[in-house]
Design a protein around this ligand. Structure first.
Ligand code: SF4
Length: 320
């Protein structure tokens, strides 16, 4: 394990990972569970990666733990459904240029190909490694935004944009701030949930001193992901004038239940985060076992609307 200086706790936690499902099962006292052990024997291309700090939120002796199920390799990942291939063609094109411009007012920049955790349901998992090095396309991206004055918002995505170190984030923000028509910077990230210490004082200083209105969109699927460290980090961000929204993915056997989602919405708002979107799964061959159908999703959302106030009801999103 590589150690960084004590000020960079998050970097140490980022490299302190479990890279074997067997090791994880053993830590959770699940090594005697034959079914699970058998199910992970299939070879899959997306590697196994879970930071230990996230594992601490998983329950011992529980093969159905909702955090475990998001990261555990499953033999169903190797199934092939040919007609699914075209679903992500638009993003596949974008990985070459690190840029997606779908809506007039905003662009999304794919900054990198690394994540703190490997979520088995991730629709980008098959081509994360193919995302181009942003350094090769940055000039093109800046020139593109400069020449499209209707763009007032930039969305940072990846991989995970917060895997960049603070000094690089600062350089990027300073570069974007020179474009007068950009007013809003949105950051899509799961990292502060997995490793809450990522929200450093230095990062908060960078964000509070930016001229942008900054919106950070977290990715939380289940209330158990939120512990006191996550709440503290969210408080720091709010003190830095950052608006916090959350997006979730609707996942079979993890959160496809109105009670589970109501609990999540309450926990989010207690943490100062507004439930924003809940996405139907973007289907790829390796994630179909997580699928919740549109009909089921609509039913769940109707149930949820009877359990929470309107401002706690995320909007259901799906690719048309
Ligand atoms: S953090 Fe986001 S991009 Fe990375 S594997 Fe998970 S869902 Fe995919």
């Amino acid at each position: 394990m590589r150690y960084f200086n004590s000020k960079e706790i998050w970097l140490n936690q980022l490299v302190d990972t479990i890279n074997s499902p067997y090791e994880l099962l053993s830590l959770l006292k699940l090594d005697s569970n034959v079914k699970l052990v058998n199910s992970i024997k299939t070879k899959v291309s997306f590697s196994f990666r879970v930071p230990k700090i996230f594992v601490e939120r998983m329950k011992l002796n529980d093969p159905n733990d909702p955090l475990l199920m998001q990261v555990l390799i499953n033999s169903k990942e190797s199934r092939i459904f040919n007609k699914l291939a075209k679903n992500i063609s638009f993003e596949k094109h974008a990985i070459k240029f690190n840029l997606i411009h779908k809506y007039n007012n905003r662009v999304l920049i794919l900054l990198n190909n690394s994540c703190a955790i490997h979520c088995r349901y991730c629709f980008r998992r098959d081509y994360l490694n193919n995302i181009s090095n942003i350094k090769n396309n940055m000039n093109h991206i800046i020139n593109y935004i400069l020449s499209n004055k209707e763009i007032n918002e930039v969305i940072l995505s990846g991989g995970d944009p917060l895997i960049m170190q603070d000094k690089n984030i600062k350089t990027l923000i300073l570069m974007l701030e020179k474009i007068n028509h950009i007013l809003i910077l949105r950051i899509h990230t799961r990292l502060p949930i997995i490793i809450p210490s990522r929200i450093t004082d230095n990062l908060c200083n960078i964000l509070i001193n930016s001229r942008f209105r900054i919106i950070l969109v977290t990715h939380i699927n289940h209330a158990n992901e939120i512990n006191s460290n996550v709440i503290n980090s969210m408080n720091k961000l709010r003190q830095a004038n950052v608006i916090l929204l959350n997006q979730s993915v609707l996942l079979r056997n993890i959160n496809n239940n109105a009670n589970v989602l109501a609990n999540l919405s309450i926990k989010l708002i207690q943490s100062g985060i507004i439930p924003y979107y809940i996405h139907l799964l973007d289907k790829i061959n390796s994630n179909i076992h997580f699928l919740v159908t549109k009909v089921q999703a609509n039913r769940i959302m109707k149930d949820l609307s009877n359990k929470v106030s309107g401002y706690l009801l995320p909007k259901l999103m799906y690719n048309k």
